[in-house]
Design a protein. Structure first.
Length: 254
């Protein structure tokens, strides 16, 4: 059994073949799909996905940093309404993204901190999105650290030092297609990070691993990521699958 801890199965890119794509993933052993939120425009798609795959998908709720705009308070209110209304498995994906636009950095920081505090209230993990913002992310985590702060540093692409710092805040590292890239760099030091701190993800339909790089990603391609970790850690494919799935259970509680 393999767990994809981060996949946007509700994406419009899967509208033509979603059932077939999920079937392909199941055929290669992916039996748990954790679904991050983006903003209110995708909530109904997430709920529909859960209705259609009640035993396979596990929903998160949160406001993605690139969706933090002028109306961010309304979007945060939407998140709060839903986490008070029903259960979710994490608050995510949340964080800071300075790659596309730095205009709303203060609002991103506020939204990140607010959602962390909601996660603590609900005793839920957080799933962090970080792009060009490690210092800003760590600044917030430093003020919020504690036994009640835990989760996943999604799509980790930092340095060894940044990986160790993320782990110090009770974060697992979400490892996906970037680990298979020739210039991905994280494969050069991952063997210095204990496998107990690693979970697998695809971030599909984004960041397809080699040899599919540049094409639409899908959850079945997580086998390429697991195969790369076989090489890095010198463990069997079965061991990688078992350990990383167990790590995901520790985070999500299911």
């Amino acid at each position: 059994m393999i767990t994809d801890t981060h996949t946007h199965l509700y994406s419009e890119q899967f509208d033509e073949d979603r059932n077939e794509m999920i079937a392909r993933a199941k055929e290669v052993g992916v039996s748990r799909f954790f679904i991050p939120a983006i903003d209110s425009s995708y909530t109904q798609r997430m709920l529909d996905l859960e209705t259609n795959y009640p035993n396979d998908v596990f929903l998160m709720m949160g406001l993605h940093p690139t969706s933090v705009k002028e109306n961010y308070k309304e979007e945060l209110a939407h998140v709060k309404e839903w986490i008070d209304k029903r259960d979710f498995y994490a608050i995510g994906e949340i964080g800071i993204d300075l790659y596309w636009d730095k205009t709303f950095l203060p609002q991103q920081q506020e939204a990140f901190r607010t959602q962390i505090q909601w996660a603590k209230e609900k005793k839920l993990p957080i799933v962090i999105h970080c792009r060009d913002a490690f210092d800003e992310i760590f600044e917030v985590l430093e003020t919020e650290k504690g036994d009640d702060l835990f989760g996943i540093f999604h799509c980790f692409t930092g340095t060894l030092e940044q990986a160790q710092k993320a782990i110090s805040y009770n974060m697992k590292l979400g490892i996906g297609g970037v680990a298979t890239f020739k210039n991905g760099k994280i494969d050069q030091f991952l063997n210095q990070i204990a496998i107990e701190h690693i979970v697998l993800e695809t971030d599909s339909p984004y960041l397809a691993p080699t040899p599919y790089r540049g094409k639409r990603n899908e959850s079945s391609y997580i086998t390429q990521v697991a195969g790369k970790l076989v090489d890095i850690y010198g463990l069997s494919y079965q061991e990688i699958s078992k350990i990383t799935t167990q790590n995901s259970k520790e985070i999500f509680g299911v």
